[in-house]
Design a protein around this ligand. Structure first.
Ligand SMILES: [Zn+2]
Length: 127
């Protein structure tokens, strides 16, 4: 996956949120990245930072939360979570595991500034 493309879509979503809420800019964004989504959190952060100037998220801080995948072994019934492929059962080392979750990529929370607080907030962010 191309992180820059993801960030473009994210920025569109963010300006939509800002317009809808009647705010001016965004203070912070929390994004959930599934551990198996194929997106590298650090690459996503770099792409986000590169895209920030001139957008509603220009002074926003980005927090990334990696969401692990859950697995359940169909052979022995063991369950657990993992953040990487390949997924083998931790108890019997079997490869017959059902995997759920860990593939999402979504904006979990957005904190907005209203018109009045935008200025002071931008100043603090420059420190
Ligand atoms: Zn097992």
């Amino acid at each position: 996956m191309h992180e820059a493309t993801i960030v473009d879509a994210m920025m569109e979503q963010l300006s939509e949120i800002v317009r809808r809420e009647g705010a001016q800019t965004i203070r912070s964004v929390e994004v959930v990245v599934g551990a198996l989504s194929g997106v590298y959190p650090e690459a996503l952060r770099a792409a986000f930072e590169a895209a920030q100037p001139g957008t509603v998220a220009e002074h926003a801080t980005l927090s990334l939360r990696v969401e692990p995948a859950r697995w359940r072994c169909t052979d022995c019934g063991a369950e657990g979570t993992t953040e990487e492929w390949p997924i083998l059962c931790e108890r019997c080392a079997g490869a017959r595991v059902d995997v759920s979750g860990g593939r999402e990529l979504l904006i979990a929370a957005v904190e907005l500034f209203d018109t009045d607080s935008t200025v002071s907030a931008s100043e603090t962010n420059h420190v």
